[in-house]
Each structure stands twice: as structure tokens, then as C-alpha cells.
Design a protein around this ligand. Structure first.
Ligand code: ZN
Length: 253
């Protein structure tokens, strides 16, 4: 699944032709603060995009820019993948889709929207004691976190296991992980979000993000697959890495 831009239809067509079977679909993103955002994303979906994402902008999660995207995603019947981040990785980076702790109001207000939670704040809030103190908190998870609760209570919320954030959440407290995966077995979707060039951590993987240095020199996808493999049964591994995505993204097998 490629997280691309609104004007990526042609490039995706080329990729899919050149690498048959490797790219079952793509998501489109565009600057949602611009007035033409709805038009561009609608057009991308008409040209084959099957979702919105990744949606990563300096706005509030309950603000008007994102609200109109939630509504549009429901209208077009496509999922929307949102990057939630409350702590900047670098002095100039800023924060994205802020206010995840109050996201329940959005899940209530847009029941027909398929939300896919992704990134730092989504995964840090797996622990009830997260106070936006760091991008990737470590150590024991305090049960009852916002993310755990929302995944349990709202059928329209799913979780993207991608990136250092997803890997960190699954690795920081090995006693917590099996129960969490079990509870949300139908709602979690494997993703890589890894920029290494060789599947072994080569290239610039993780270098733009000092907080993610625990995975420097490693392939994020490979690491997360290894965590899943050692934690769940082969049947559940298939659900997390294949079946859930097919169902939520409405892909044919
Ligand atoms: Zn992201």
C-alpha cells in the first residue's frame, strides 16, 4: 500500500504494471489546509486511490480542516489514515493532528468514517500515563490508555502498526503486547513506513528522526514482523498482515 499524493495516479499505474502484484492499492494525500483539497482528493479517488493518507498537517484533530476530510472520506467510502503527533522530532518540525486524547468526539461525530490511527501520539497513548512528554515513551505500559479504549469502543477506528511508533508500542512492554494484539486482532493492520533501501536497514532509514535511533540500521518492517511472529499464532499473523487490510481497504484477495 503506497501512501502517495493526489496526483500520483499515473505513477501508480506504472508501478503496478512494472511490478505485478506488488502494489494492491494506494492512498492519496494533499495539503488539507488549501480550499481545493476536497476537489483534489475526490479526483484522486476517481483515478483509483482507495484511501486518504497519510494525512499529516499542522492542524488540530478536531479542527475544521480535518473535519471536512473525515466527512469527505465517509462520502466517498474510503478509509483515512491520520498521523497524530504531539511532540516535534526536531526543533523546526512542529506537531500534527493534535489533541488525540479527545479524539473520541470525532469518532462519535463521524460514525461512517473508517479512521486509521498512525504515528507517535496514537501509539504513545496505548499507555494511560502518557502526558505528551516524549515522542516514543519507553518502559511498562499502564493499562487503560486512550488508544486501547477507543479501539475497543469504536468500530470505526483501526490501528496502523507501521513505523518506529508502532514498533515501539509493541516492543516496550512484552507482557502487555499479547493481550493488546488479542483484544484488537480484527482492527490492527501491519504497515512498514520504513525507508531503508535493502530490507536490512541500509540507506538513510531513521536518520531524520533522532528519537527513533533505537531502530537505526534496522528495517522497521522486518523488526515489527518479527515481534508479531513471535507473539501471535500463524493464523493471527495472517490476520494482522493480510486479512484485516483486505477487509478494511476493501481489497480483493
Ligand atoms: Zn506518519
Amino acid at each position: 500500500m503506497v501512501l502517495a499524493r493526489d496526483n500520483s495516479a499515473e505513477m501508480m499505474m506504472t508501478l503496478r504494471t512494472n511490478y505485478t502484484g506488488r502494489f494492491p492499492g494506494w492512498f492519496a494525500s494533499t495539503d488539507i489546509t488549501k480550499p481545493e483539497a476536497e476537489k483534489l482528493l475526490t479526483s484522486a479517488v476517481k483515478q483509483g486511490a482507495i484511501g486518504f493518507g497519510e494525512i499529516k498537517f499542522h492542524v488540530e484533530a478536531a479542527g475544521p480542516e480535518l473535519r471536512r476530510m473525515y466527512a469527505l472520506a465517509a462520502d466517498l467510502d474510503v478509509p483515512i489514515l491520520i498521523h497524530f503527533q504531539e511532540v516535534p522530532h526536531t526543533p523546526t518540525e512542529g506537531v500534527f493532528s493534535t489533541g488525540f486524547k479527545n479524539f473520541e468526539a470525532m469518532l462519535k461525530a463521524y460514525p461512517k468514517t473508517r479512521f486509521i490511527g498512525h504515528a507517535d501520539a496514537f501509539w504513545a497513548n496505548i499507555s494511560a500515563d502518557y502526558a505528551n512528554e516524549s515522542a516514543y515513551p519507553s518502559g511498562k505500559i499502564k493499562p487503560g490508555g486512550v488508544t486501547d479504549k477507543l479501539l475497543s469502543d469504536y468500530p470505526n477506528l483501526f490501528g496502523d502498526l507501521a513505523a518506529n511508533s508502532g514498533n515501539n508500542a509493541l516492543s516496550r512492554d512484552p507482557e502487555f503486547t499479547p493481550g493488546f494484539l488479542k483484544r484488537h486482532m480484527a482492527k490492527l493492520i501491519f504497515g512498514s513506513d520504513c525507508s531503508c533501501t535493502d530490507g536490512k536497514g541500509g540507506g538513510i532509514s531513521q536518520q531524520g528522526n533522532p528519537g527513533a535511533s533505537r531502530l537505526a540500521g534496522k528495517c522497521v518492517a522486518r523488526e515489527t514482523l518479527a515481534v508479531l511472529k513471535k507473539t501471535v499464532s500463524a493464523e493471527d499473523f495472517r490476520r494482522l498482515t493480510w486479512e484485516n487490510a483486505h477487509r478494511v481497504y476493501r481489497l480483493k484477495a
